[in-house]
Each structure stands twice: as structure tokens, then as C-alpha cells.
Ligand binder design. Sequence first.
Ligand SMILES: C[S@@+](CC[C@H](N)C(=O)[O-])C[C@H]1O[C@@H](n2cnc3c(N)ncnc32)[C@H](O)[C@@H]1O
Length: 306
Amino acid sequence: MPTSHWTNQSSSSSAHSPTGSHKLNLRGWWKAVHSLLRAPVIVARDTFRYFAFPFARFRGVYANFPQARAAVSWKKRIGYDHADLAHRYAAELCLSLDNSEYPVLYHLDRLVSDNCTVLDFGGNIGVHYLRYRQAVDLKNVRWIVCDLPEITKVGRQICAGMSNVVFVNDIDEIDAPAVDIFMASDSLQYVESSNLLLPRLIDRGLRPRHVLIDHLPLYDGPQFVTLQNGGLVRYPQYVFNRDAYLSRMRQLGYELVNFWDCRDFSCNIPFHPEKSVRAYTGLCFRAVLNGPQKAHPPPPRFARWC
Ligand SMILES: C[S@@+](CC[C@H](N)C(=O)[O-])C[C@H]1O[C@@H](n2cnc3c(N)ncnc32)[C@H](O)[C@@H]1O
């Protein structure tokens, strides 16, 4: 039943009965109290989040990575390239598939074939390979994890004996005739020059045929950088403008095949409600065969995106 019909029915019957109008008054009263309380509650919540800066939460709006780094206390380390962090990833390695991974798994399953090459950018200690191989046959897939040195050092130990899994620290180290799938899950936002990754691959003649990006913070306002509390360390991360991101991908010669909401991933920045991202985004692109598109039609707008 349409909502408007449902609403009309209940409001007209309540207007004709004394109990109904009493309910209406109560509802109006509650609405007024709610809106009065809302602002101070939000200020209290944001003040707590700002000063406590709890684990996995965000603070600050910066123009770029250097500005964000400058805001980190000298007592805290920055970024992912730390041995203790890598060892913690290994100790806490969870091999069960999380609900949020199924969209990527779906695309991977239909895109991989024997002897193809996947570049897993920010693939950590090999987490995606280790999890996905339980659901998709990856034995004959060359899987290249590109991550930071301290992380890949541990990754090589974890994946020792898996001859199809290779670890590199920079995309220039990739020694493969082609990259069929470029995959990046929850990683591109942490890389200062992430917008150069695909152009660098393309310049080397390694244009990926498919691009799978998961857990990417996209929203409708101007791009900015924020700081995330990662416990042992702090991470600067981008929050990208959605239209500009899609437009950049089109200019690089990619068309959007599919997108999805990543509801387990959000970014709420105290005192910046307009910059908060309620759900990150997953994106699947394919290379347009005739190269970069010259004309740029307006990017699709998805009302249900936050
Ligand atoms: C939030 S973790 C995500 C890990 C994994 N992809 C996942 O979804 O669980 C971000 C990953 O990006 C990696 N990363 C950050 N900066 C990087 C860089 N410049 N080059 C390669 N990897 C990087 C980190 O080391 C880390 O493994």
C-alpha cells in the first residue's frame, strides 16, 4: 500500500475522533520536544567524538594530506607502514567472508579466468586473496598485492607457498604482461596520489580491463581530507566528490557497470554534518574498448546514495 494512502487514511480517521486528535497533539508535542532537544544532543555527541576521538572515528576537515598530518599529535604515528600494525593484522586475520564483501565477490567471480592477473591495491597481508579463494577458484589467477613495505613483509610470510600470490610495494614493481582486474578495497582514500595510480598503469601499457573499487568514501560536496583514529596510528584519508570521481574515471576510459552502498562503512565528522558520509560506495567499471571518452555526459545521480 502506498505510504501517502496509508498516511491520509490514518490522519483523516484521527481527525474525527477525540482520541485521534489527542494522539495528534501528543505527536506534535513530541515533534517540538524532539527538535528542541536534537541540536544540544548533536552538539554533545560531536563534542564527545571530537575530544575522545574514539577508535575508528574521524576528526577534522583539511585541504590536503600535509595539513592533516600537521594536525596529528607528535605522540602519535601516522599511516600504515608499521611493523606492529602488520603483526596485529596477522594476529587478527579473519578468513570468514563478511556480508559487505559479496558485491566484489560477485563481480570477481564473473570476471576472473585462468591465467588472468588481479592487482589488489592495498590488499594488506593478502586478506582478500585468502578470503575470496574460499568462494572463487583463484588457483590459476596471478594475484598481485600492492601494499606498504612493513605490511607486505608479513604478507609474504602468511602467503608463503602460494606461488600465484606476489607482493609489491609500488605499482612500478609489477612484472606482468597485463593487469586484467584492478581491485582496491578500503584503500584508495588513504593514498595521497591515488588519482595517479590508474594513469601510471595505463602509461606503462597495463590498462586494467576491469576496475573494482570497494568501500570508497564518496559524497556530494567538495573533496577534502580528514583524520581517522586507527588506534596505534592516525590515518589521513580523502573523502571524494562523487561526480568528480566518476567523471575522472570516464576521462580515463572507464564506464560504470555497477555500484552499491557499503552500509557498514561511514564517516561522521564532528561538527561537520554536511561532510558526513552515511555509507561508502562500491563501484565496478569496465574499460571502454575505443579508449577514453571525449564527451562527458553528466554523471548519473543516484538518489539513494547518501
Ligand atoms: C583500511 S586498510 C584495508 C585493507 C584491506 N584492503 C581490507 O579491505 O581489509 C588500508 C590498506 O591500504 C594500504 N595502503 C595505505 N597506503 C598505501 C599505499 N600508499 N600503497 C599501498 N597500500 C597502501 C594499507 O597498508 C592497508 O593495508
